[in-house]
Design a binder for this molecule. Structure first.
Ligand SMILES: C[S@@+](CC[C@H](N)C(=O)[O-])C[C@H]1O[C@@H](n2cnc3c(N)ncnc32)[C@H](O)[C@@H]1O
Length: 253
């Protein structure tokens, strides 16, 4: 069981406020990160039929669903599912014989996601409250773990990757969109909890990120793409270069 930390509290408070409509953007200055319009992240055809409560609460920095190669019948886990956009998109791809489990620690986000689930009438999505550092999911039960702009927010990324490894079946896949850096934030910048919650100062060097994945046991760890996030997050003097990256990996058989 992973502990709650002050960072979890700040992150939960921020995303709770966003879910409750008390703040418009999750990143400083009304920028795109964690709040990109869904139409800029996803092929718009994919979004057809989703209510604005879902598409308007898209807080990701990429599209981890399209690169996941989901197949009918698969079990998918969405880490930090938020308003549920990726969970609902994945549910369409795995079909009625599949299952999507969304995990999020913020009660107001889960309420939003469950309200949208009821409105959509989908039965193959289940939202669970929990921390991604201590997943409420059984060992070796998941085919694909995906996550969109969430792992950068975790204060214990080692625990997150170990948990992903634990819940995946042998041969299971990982499909992540996340904010990463080239180089590190200074300890002073890291201590800025507000910027952390905005998907900035919790981000780590992309090489360190993929090393943590390999140390957890993953094979075929690949940075499929990365685009500069200069126009997405507010980069201040002294900050490293910041990217939105898509990263895939596989648990060995
Ligand atoms: C930037 S939003 C992304 C939401 C969603 N993935 C999307 O693309 O719209 C981050 C989400 O992750 C959740 N979250 C952040 N840290 C978490 C943690 N340690 N454990 C569980 N959920 C977390 C937040 O509550 C929030 O809903």
């Amino acid at each position: 069981m992973s502990a709650n930390t002050p960072i979890h509290d700040v992150v939960r408070e921020r995303y709770g406020a966003i879910a409750e409509g008390k703040t418009e953007s999750c990143c400083g200055g009304g920028s795109d990160c964690c709040g990109s319009p869904s139409s800029t992240l996803y092929n718009t055809e994919l979004l057809e039929g989703l209510p604005v409560d879902v598409t308007g609460l898209s807080l990701g920095c990429g599209d981890p669903v399209s690169i996941a190669g989901l197949r009918p019948g698969e079990t998918v886990l969405d880490l930090g599912s938020g308003g549920g956009i990726d969970s609902f998109l994945a549910a369409r791809q795995v079909g009625p014989s599949g299952l999507v489990i969304g995990v999020d620690m913020t009660p107001a986000m889960l309420e939003k996601a469950n309200a949208s689930k009821a409105r959509l009438g989908v039965t193959n999505v289940e939202f669970r409250q929990g921390q991604i550092e201590a997943l409420p999911v059984d060992d070796h039960t998941v085919d694909v773990v995906m996550s969109n702009c969430v792992i950068n927010l975790s204060p214990d990324k080692t625990a997150v990757f170990n948990e992903i490894f634990r819940v995946l079946k042998p041969g299971g896949r990982v499909s992540i969109s996340d904010i990463v850096t080239e180089g590190d934030f200074s300890p002073e910048l890291r201590a800025d909890a507000a910027k952390w919650a905005e998907c900035v100062t919790g981000a780590i060097d992309v090489g360190a990120y993929t090393d943590l994945m390999r140390q957890a046991g993953f094979a075929e760890v690949e940075v499929v793409s990365r685009v500069a996030a200069d126009g997405i997050v507010e980069r201040q003097p002294g900050m490293p270069r910041i990217f939105s990256a898509r990263i895939t990996a596989r648990k060995p058989l």
